[in-house]
Write a protein that binds this ligand. Structure first.
Ligand SMILES: [Zn+2]
Ligand SMILES: [Zn+2]
Length: 253
């Protein structure tokens, strides 16, 4: 399997995962022309994509859903709660729920619920060719059940949204700071670090940090976390810090 962050952050999210035969897009927060440009730069053939999965209804995940789905003529997989909230009329729409397992081509997908301030928010596991990709963006906190979902993953995509000291000092109103850090908002750098250390196994090859805030985080904090801690703890692992403005590399899982 291979995967790439097409875009990740508080303004737009889009993630790509492919096996030998098929590919899937997760979330559609980026405009169609920019998605096309990213695919061209990464040598991704959009004909390979067989479906779009949506984590939840927030604009940074669904803003360009209708245009991308209709331009590529792709089925959309989302929960009833998410569909209701978006209010979109989608041509080819499959209602999914937390706990569902299904296949798109040779890629097996497992959807699971994550805590976030939306009506319903999903994380996904993708499995193909003996490899496992775990993806959880917009995850306010995690418990043993989520850790179990990530068990033995070769690729871990996990949110690292804010640095606690930066969130405290930033100009957000207090209620927004409370929402972000309140357990059903977003995951902080230290929580993300603890998650990776909790779940790391002999399978772990790649760790991708997602949804990095523009106002309450800085990649230098994550780089320090990697250099001073994770590199010693898990030296063989490749760490990828996602970018709010552009795609990352296509990564061999
Ligand atoms: Zn988001
Ligand atoms: Zn969200």
């Amino acid at each position: 399997m291979r995967c790439a962050s097409i875009i990740s952050g508080s303004k737009a999210n889009c993630f790509y995962v492919e096996s030998e035969g098929e590919a899937i897009l997760v979330d559609t927060g980026l405009s169609f022309p920019k998605v096309e440009q990213s695919f061209a730069e990464l040598n991704i053939d959009p004909n390979k994509i067989k479906g779009i999965l949506i984590t939840h209804e927030h604009e940074d995940h669904v803003r360009h859903l209708k245009r991308i789905a209709s331009s590529y003529r792709l089925p959309v997989y989302l929960t009833q709660e998410t569909l209701n909230k978006t209010g979109l009329a989608l041509k080819d729409c499959h209602i999914i729920k937390a706990g569902d397992d299904w296949n798109i081509g040779e890629i097996n997908i497992h959807a699971f619920k994550v805590l976030h301030d939306s009506d319903m928010c999903l994380g996904f596991n993708f499995m193909a060719g003996g490899k496992k990709v775990f993806y959880a963006s917009d995850i306010g906190s995690y418990d043993d059940e989520i850790l179990k979902k990530a068990e033995n993953a070769h690729f871990i995509g996990i949110e690292a949204n804010y640095e606690p000291s930066m969130l405290r000092a930033c100009g957000y109103p207090q209620h927004l700071k409370d929402r972000i850090s309140g357990g059903a908002g977003h995951l902080s750098n230290p929580e993300s670090l603890a998650f990776v250390k909790d779940i790391a196994s002999k399978n772990t090859r790649n760790v991708m940090f997602l949804h990095i805030s523009e106002n309450s985080n800085c990649t230098s904090h994550i780089e320090r976390m990697i250099d001073q801690d994770l590199h010693h703890y898990l030296p063989e692992v490749r760490y990828i810090i996602t970018n709010r403005h552009t795609h990352g590399p296509l990564i061999e899982v």
